[in-house]
Unconditional design. Structure first.
Length: 148
């Protein structure tokens, strides 16, 4: 079985794109951690990183789907930015851990608001990314894509 029979998303170049994007995403999250201090023992950077990542991913997915329908999952841009960068920037496991710590510390109201607020605002942020991309990019019917 030759390397050309592998799905596009697991070829060597794709793995490199995801790796590079993830390194930049993790570095960006660490930069945000240094720039955004915790407030009252609540790590603000976790929701900020997750919401920002959700917006970027929503925008990218819609923009790619409008440019060339069907390419949004295999595009090098999706591998670099969507999977790599957004995956490295977002940190839902840290959100779960911090929520558990807040609940353990008997800060139930804050913990529930922290978790569900991040998820709900993150979903809305993804939708906002979709909307922005749909306004900025005209859907292609010939596969070439056109900028608005």
């Amino acid at each position: 079985m030759g390397s050309n029979s592998r799905p596009t998303n697991i070829r060597g170049g794709s793995v490199v794109l995801v790796f590079v994007g993830a390194m930049v995403g993790v570095a960006a999250r660490e930069g945000l951690k240094l720039a955004i201090p915790n407030r009252d023992g609540i790590p603000i950077v976790v929701p900020v990183a997750n919401i920002l990542s959700a917006f970027v991913f929503g925008y990218l997915f819609e923009a790619l789907a409008r440019k060339t329908p069907g390419i949004e999952n295999t595009s090098p841009w999706m591998q670099l930015i969507g999977i790599g960068f957004c995956g490295g920037l977002s940190t839902y496991s840290y959100l779960a851990t911090e929520t558990a710590v807040l609940l353990y510390d008997s800060r139930v109201g804050i913990g529930v608001m922290y978790a569900f607020g991040t998820i709900i605002v993150g979903a809305a942020s993804t939708f906002a990314g979709f909307l922005l991309a749909s306004r900025l990019h005209v859907r292609s019917t010939d596969g070439g894509g056109a900028e608005a």
